[in-house]
Design a protein around this ligand. Sequence first.
Ligand code: NAP
Length: 319
Amino acid sequence: MNAIRVHQFGGPEVLRLEAVPTPSPGAGQVLVKVEAVGVNPVETYFRSGSNPTLALPWTPGMDAAGVVEAVGPDVPKLKVGDRVYTSDTRSGSYAAFALCEARTVHPLAWNVSFEQGAAVGIPYATAYRALFHRGRAQAGETVFIHGGSGGVGVAATQLAQSAGLVVMASAGSEAGRQLARDNGAQFVVDHKEAGYLDRVLELTQGRGVDLILEMLANVNLGKDLPLLAPQGRVVVIGSRGKVEITPRDLMSRDGDIRAMSLFNATPAELAGIHAALAAGLGNGTLRPVVGRTLPLAEAAQAHVAVLETGARGKIVLKP
Ligand code: NAP
């Protein structure tokens, strides 16, 4: 089969399309024929060498959607031909086939395309965990999604809106802001415009927001804290460097900075998250948005694009 392989950590150019043996599933495992691959920023960090425990050569990718090709022993809930999406893989999802543990393979509702299915795994599970497990979001609260135009931001906007929160979101382009509006944000701001956070405060009549989901904490965290309402929470989802904060901004409002990594979610938490996502995908409240589709051979271009501003939902690769 064709797969992207990394033989040494480095820039996007180390992603190469090669022919490799197709894996076969062992006990508790499933082989998925990949129809679409979700590209996440974490794969660019790993490709650069941020995770030294990864063995080389390595095929990136956790998120994909496709059809079950083969099933190993002890897999009671899946059968050949099922439409599925993955939330992790053993062999990497940037490939024509992906070997997965069965617990990381989830049914894909008939009304969700393979491209949309590839946009579910990491982004929607992260958004769910950030909002509900770490952020303790409640219906009627106000959430500001700092970066509402990307994979996690679109997912969080849909999840929060359908759970009864008032959603405000930022994006760096008009297309991104329109995307946030279309997906349930009642108010949008431009995170490239001077003073845009004053506008967020004005929109809450000076009270502040109950919850902030932060996609770029190294840029924004210090400025987020004065935006919080009493007992407000910031959940740090993404950060690419250091930041300075003023602790008094938290003290004066009994505020919290919480952080999360999806890798810390327990198997039981993940099972609950994917059950909730299945319900939302099935009833149409969750509608993954694909902004750009590229051939698998152009994985390097996708890795450049996923770190650039101007997001419009997910970047997806087609094997
Ligand atoms: P993505 O699809 O590439 O989206 C990136 C988002 O960040 C876009 O909405 C982008 O907006 C926004 N952004 C750019 N500059 C910003 C700024 N100055 N202030 C606020 N937002 C800004 O990436 P993603 O998959 O949504 O992931 C978002 C972040 O979360 C990444 O850093 C990723 O590594 C991290 N993440 C963490 C976990 C975890 O477990 N903690 C899981 C998944 C992702 P524009 O393009 O419109 O400017």
